[in-house]
Design a protein around this ligand. Structure first.
Ligand code: NDP
Ligand code: 2IT
Length: 444
């Protein structure tokens, strides 16, 4: 494989998809050496078959708002690769959603799911519908209209969606209800369901908790204790909330959280009670993080991200490309020695270079945030055996999966000077399993 040539071809065939190009470029750059050790891969053009999604569904979603106006949005499902299991990955509802973003997410998901050791292929879907400011009834009507198209393409053994930005328990519930009505089947077609109808314990917590379990493994390699460390968290949604929860439980100090309007800086640290307030504010009232600053009298910085604040550890948990090269330089200059990504691709390539050049602990999302989809995989297992496991059981399995992912990164990513390149480790480990499965299954 000539990585530069593969990328150039993809850019020519699929222009205007910069996030997709970015994700592919990162992976190709780190697997090229390993790939070229296997001439049999290139004989069957494995790399293009792995980079280009198996198929993409694209549809119009029409729904009625509370005023009786008819609205249209675009809906998508990218089925990227199912060499090791049914397509699996979240659904994102956000005004910024387009095909290129979903293709990057589905591509990343394929490697992430491979790392979990569970039998899941990669996929992602979503819509440019924005739940922000919408009533409950509007969200329900939108979810139903979305599922009216999507249902023919998914199924418990075909493609199993879940949540992502803008899609949480409420949206999954509405989509599940419509799927069930259309198919007349009660199945494990979505994960992140309510506990009463097949949802797994610990799934809401899994991405944030998993990220901290991964961080603990990284810290262990340098004998660093998390207790008392100051942490920057971005976002205030599902991933950010449970990242903060676990950090607080372990005695670390969380000083920032954010949303798309700005960030709060609380030098005293967000404690359990303050986090409960954030959870209520965000999950129940769907308010803005600014209100935290008003309630607790701390600093609020509108239109900015928290990366200029002084801390030890950063946990980006909002969205892609939220840390650029300058942000990364500021983090390192301010003493940050570990960055563990709860979000997908939150660091730009320039930011990654800054972290790696400074030899700080840096874990890419496809390793560090794999806890969410891992517990989704455990939810699928529980649904198929028609049993549910206890909180402790699921949490133990999550811990062990995150530990295994860390070990895989160390195995494939340790450089001659001992520095662990988690990006390379995660990409090579994730890639090899999918590649071997594709080779065994012939040209399909
Ligand atoms: P939520 O919708 O629950 O929360 C998203 C948070 O990020 C909100 O605070 C939101 O602010 C903020 N945000 C979203 N888009 C932007 C943007 N363009 N600029 C600035 N802030 C933004 O989503 P999740 O917590 O589920 O997802 C967060 C990240 O984690 C995403 O990258 C997702 O792909 C990734 N992820 C999620 C998993 C899961 O299980 N949910 C699993 C693995 C990764 P506002 O309230 O203003 O919209
Ligand atoms: O990015 C992700 O891994 C997710 N949004 C979770 C996917 C899932 O199927 O649980």
């Amino acid at each position: 494989m000539n990585a530069a040539k593969v990328l150039e071809d993809l850019k020519r065939r699929f222009p205007n998809e910069p996030e997709y190009h970015q994700a592919v470029e990162e992976v190709l750059g780190t697997i090229e050496e390993e790939y070229n050790k296997h001439p049999e891969f290139d004989k069957v053009n494995l790399i293009e078959r792995l980079c280009i999604p198996d198929r993409v569904y694209q549809f119009r979603v029409t729904w009625m708002d509370d005023k009786g106006n008819i609205q249209t949005n675009m809906g998508y499902r990218v089925q990227h690769n199912n060499a090791i299991g049914p397509y699996k990955g979240g659904i994102r509802f956000h005004s910024s959603v387009n095909l290129g973003i979903l293709k990057f997410l589905a591509f990343e998901q394929t490697f992430k799911n491979s790392l979990t050791t569970l039998p899941m292929g990669g996929g992602k879907g979503g819509s440019d519908f924005s739940p922000r400011g919408k009533s409950n009834a509007e969200v329900m009507r939108f979810c139903q209209a979305f599922m009216l198209e999507l249902w023919r393409h998914i199924g418990p053994e075909t493609d199993v969606p879940a949540g992502d930005i803008g899609v949480g328990g409420r949206e999954v519930g509405y989509m599940f209800g419509m799927y069930k009505k259309l198919t007349r089947e009660f199945s494990g077609v979505l994960t992140g369901k309510g506990r009463e109808f097949g949802g797994s314990l610990i799934r809401p917590e899994a991405t944030g908790y998993g990220n901290i379990y991964f961080l603990l493994e990284m810290l262990k390699t340098r004998n660093i204790d998390i207790k008392g460390k100051t942490c920057l968290v971005s976002g205030s949604g599902n991933v950010a909330q449970y990242t903060a929860e676990k950090l607080i439980e372990l005695g670390a100090k969380v000083v920032t959280m954010s949303d798309s309007d700005g960030y709060i800086y609380d030098p005293d640290g967000i404690d359990r009670e303050k986090l409960d307030y954030i959870m209520e504010l965000k999950n129940l009232y769907r308010g803005r993080i600014r209100e935290y600053a008003e309630k607790y009298g701390c600093k609020y910085v509108p239109g900015a991200r928290p990366w200029n604040e002084k801390a030890d550890i950063a946990l980006p948990s909002a969205t892609q490309n939220e840390i650029n090269g300058d942000d990364a330089k500021a983090l390192v200059a301010n003493g940050v020695f570990a960055v563990s990504e709860g979000a997908n691709m939150p660091s730009t390539p320039e930011a990654i270079r800054v972290f790696q050049d400074a030899k700080i602990l840096y874990a890419p999302g496809k390793a560090a945030n794999a806890g969410g989809v891992s517990v989704s995989g455990l939810e699928m297992t529980q649904n198929s055996i028609k049993l549910s496991w206890s909180q402790e059981e699921v949490d133990e399995k999550l811990k062990s999966i995150m530990k295994n992912i860390h070990e895989a990164c160390v195995k494939y990513g340790t450089e001659p000077d001992g520095y662990i390149n988690y990006v390379k480790g995660a990409n090579v480990a994730g890639f090899m399993k999918v590649a071997n499965a594709m080779m065994a299954q012939g040209i399909v």
